[in-house]
Design a protein around this ligand. Sequence first.
Ligand code: ATR
Length: 272
Amino acid sequence: SDRYAVMGNPVAHSKSPQIHQLFAEQTGQALSYEKILVPLGEFQQALEAFRDSGGKGLNITVPFKQDAREVAHSVSERARAGGAVNTLLFESNGRIFGDNTDGTGLVRDLRNNHAVHLAGKRILILGAGGAVRGVLPALLGELPESITIANRTETKAIELAALFNAKLPVKGCGYDALGERFDIVINGTSAGLTGELPPLPHTLLREGASCYDMVYGDIPTVFQQWALEHDAALALDGLGMLVEQAAESFFIWRGISPDTAPVIEVLRQAMA
Ligand code: ATR
C-alpha cells in the first residue's frame, strides 16, 4: 500500500496518523500513514530517505513548514502567499508539489461544521506568526469586509498586513489599539499553550460574534473561556480545523474528499 507520513519535531502527539487511517478506511483506500521525528537540520535527508523508500506524500509540521516550501519544485498560490507548506506530493515524474491546507481547513470548519460565513464580516486575527500567515490567503479568499491582525509585537502585524495587498482592507496593530468590535475573532497566537491570553479589551465582540482558537485541548482553551465570558455566540477550538486540513491533504494525494464529520466525532469522543 502507498506510504504517507507526517514529519515534525516534536511529532509524538500528532493525531494525523489516526485521522488518515480513519479516512482510508472510510474511502476504501489502501495506504499507511506514520509519524517521523526529524532531528533539527536533517529535514532534507529525512525527506529523501522517505521518498526513496517509496513514500508518496508528506504532511509537514513545526518547525519544517518553511523548509518544505523550499524543497518543493512547485507550490500552490495559497502556499506561496502564506509562506509555508504543510503538504507535499511526490509526483511520478520526480517533482515535488507543495501546498498548504491549513487555511482551507479553518475556513471549511467554520463554514461547513459551524455555519460561520466570512464573506462581508469584520475579522480579527490574534498573532502574526507562521500559523497566522499560513491561513491568511484562505481567509482573504472568502472576501470578508476587513481583516485586522493584532500582535504583541506590533511591527510584525503591520509587516504581515502589508504583505497582502488585497482588494479589501488588511491592517496590523498592537493589542492596545483595538478600539472597534468584530464579528469573528481567531486566535492564532501560541500564548494559550502556556495558559496565557493576549490583553484583549472587553468591548471586542459584536453581538452574535464567533470566536475560534486554532489550537485545542482536552479542556476549553483560555481564549475559548474568554469568549464565553464575553457572550460570544460560538467559542470554538481548532480540532475541526485539524481534521479539515487533513481531509484537504488526503484529497491532494488520493483525489477523494473524505467525510470529516464522523472523524471529528471520533476524536472529540476520545478527548472527553
Ligand atoms: P506559530 O508558528 O505558532 O505562529 P510563531 O511564528 O513563533 O509560532 O508565532 C507565535 C505567535 O504567538 C506570535 O504572534 C507571538 O507574538 P510575538 O510576535 O509578539 O512574539 C504570539 N505569542 C506568543 N506568546 C504570546 C503571549 N504570551 N502573549 C501574546 N502573544 C503571544
